[in-house]
Design a binder for this molecule. Sequence first.
Ligand SMILES: *Cc1c(COP(=O)(O)O)cnc(C)c1O
Length: 480
Amino acid sequence: MNIPLKGKSEEAVMELLGSMKGSDSSWEDGRMFGHAFFAGETARRLVERAYTLYLWENALDPTLFQSLLRLENEVVDMARTHLGGDWQAVGSFTSGGTESIMLAVKAARDMAREKRPKVSAPEMVVPLTAHAAFHKAAHYLGLKVKTADVDPDTYKTRPDAIREAITENTVLLVASAPSYAHGVVDPVPEIGAIAQDQGIPLHVDACMGGFLLPFWRRLGARVTEFDFSVPGVTSISMDFHKYAFAAKGASVVLYRNKNLRRHQIFACSGWTGYTVINPTIQSSRSGGPLAATWAMLNFLGEEGYLRLSGELMQATAKVVKGVNEIAGLKVLGEPEFCILGVAAEGADVFEVVDEMKSRGWHVQAQFGRGHCPANFHLTILPPNLGVIDEMLSDLAHSVEAAREKEPDQAMEKLLAALSSNDIDLASIDMDELIKAAGIEGDELPERMAGINRIMNSLPPEMADALFTLFFNEVNRAREV
Ligand SMILES: *Cc1c(COP(=O)(O)O)cnc(C)c1O
């Protein structure tokens, strides 16, 4: 495609955009469980106004836009006090959980470089249930990941498994509060004790639910301790663009003190342009996400977040009860937050996901790994609150329909071929594979169960290699 020769009118451009957007899955009707963290129409208006007020300002240079420095300091400080940090705790506003995690991993790696010269090849110990962002950070930053398995009943990582995975090269331990897949909080106090005992930093990933968990506790929920009040916790990531309901591009990484944070910062004056001093990965960055976050924290306040927490808590209890009452379905572990995984027995769980999709619901497939069976994920959000009964009823029908489903022969053959030992990835005809998967142009197939079954049964490294090849194929122009 070429850049159009002649420009179009503002109206014409917006009309084109609008019609493209029309083919997206809708979330405002509450039929999507995840992805759009939305706290209602008034909050939307406010976020949009605050975001656009700062759309053009550049947080690259806070000496020019001093209000951005002030906004960042206030937002980080609210996060600090919210998560039990004392006056020595510091932090940075980032673009998202992945960036917060990358920075925490970098800081730990570089502190070890300085303080522990004997570390030859840095490693981190990460629960099997920790977010993929830790694997991504390791991939980008040249660390090795050691995974620690979880308890097969609670899906919380076992402190023993963490301790066993530590070597003289370990520069960071990780725990989740809560884990994305199952919504449970790892035993942070026990892991913190190990971290202190071994003199290794501990990062707590509170990206998903960490912001609301203190409110859940205040409402009487039993929430495992996970913040800076736990000895041994040295850094925490927490997203505002999830359950703080700010616009996307908003997260924070916090450190117990500035000694560790120092290793996060990059400075460069050895080139011919302006001096670069970047605490974060992004350099030029819009003031929009920061302003929207500040606006939401001030708009909802503790009272607003408590109210939403109460509603989400109630809805979660209802979903857990309702799901467990459907024959063949089971909520995994005991979720401590409004995110959870559901396994199926007697029906293929990936078919259940497709059946839900054909009824207009979006729930997410999760692969089985280690002691965690394949399941589907629900992230319960304010737009879902009004449609829980309808969802549960369609879920029961979806399980029925999935039971009846015959496996797709073409996919089963592909699965058998891929599962035969030592298949050479280079020998796979990607065009054929893409066709077999039912993908045409930028149209994805309606049903994903076959693909999910294949990827679920392959070793993760093989599935990742295939996904990589696959994206490299799909995401490109075609020869004409
Ligand atoms: C979403 C999430 C992340 C990654 O955050 P992004 O904002 O998507 O980059 C990390 N950890 C957990 C637990 C998450 O839920």
